[in-house]
Design a protein around this ligand. Structure first.
Ligand code: IMP
Ligand code: MG
Length: 190
């Protein structure tokens, strides 16, 4: 795969580019066109899952040629021991009532699927017009719960990735491409 734009900006020998900037942008434009067609006569309301989805969300929204309202919801898992139970803590609630709106929930990655499953169940009790999922990445080998996402950017193998919103130890979200760290633990400690 071709080198990502500004790959040398970080110039980190610890990172292998998985999906470069141009490839991400081209796919986001495709998804935006698809969403524009699908929501032509609807009240599209985008909800981004903080923090990982914020970079994808900001590009995706500008690729949608419709009036769009948006909101954020913040989540975090209850820690390693409870992660498999799917218990998710809401760290930032919605600002706008989603009732009656056609909600597109935007997430960075479907890993185990537990976060999205929790959010879907929570939103289903809110009398939405409709609910669909857009995820930048999907890691099918890791799924513990099957979540149907209507829009998926890329299906990737079971590798830990950083960049374009995804972090290790809160770093590397600002990489404009997606990369596989050779040693994620070393990156997290920096
Ligand atoms: P879940 O396991 O599907 O609930 O995903 C929970 C969250 O874990 C995601 O929203 C990401 O923030 C994070 N996550 C999962 N896989 C990766 C990865 O490969 N890199 C960085 N963050 C990840
Ligand atoms: Mg996340």
């Amino acid at each position: 795969m071709a080198a990502g734009r500004r790959e040398s900006f970080i110039n980190d020998p610890n990172l292998d580019v998985m999906i470069d900037y141009e490839t991400i942008q081209a796919r986001v434009r495709e998804l935006g066109a698809e969403i524009t067609r699908d929501y032509a006569n609807k009240k599209l309301h985008v909800i981004g899952v903080l923090k990982g989805a914020c970079v994808f969300l900001s590009d995706l929204m500008r690729a949608i040629d419709l009036p769009v309202s948006f909101d954020f919801i913040g989540t975090s898992s209850y820690g390693a021991s409870t992660k498999s139970s799917g218990e998710v803590r809401i760290t930032k609630d919605l600002d706008i009532s989603p009732c009656g709106r056609d909600v597109l929930l935007v997430e960075d990655i479907i890993d185990t699927g537990l976060t999205l499953n929790y959010l879907i169940n929570m939103l289903r009790s809110r009398e939405l017009g409709s609910l669909e999922i857009a995820a930048l990445l999907d890691k099918p080998e890791r799924h513990e719960i099957e979540v149907h996402a209507r829009y998926i950017g890329f299906t990737i193998p079971n590798q830990f990735v950083v960049g374009y919103g995804l972090d290790v130890g809160e770093l590397y979200r600002n990489l404009p491409f997606l990369a596989v760290p050779k040693n994620p633990d070393a990156l997290a400690r920096r």
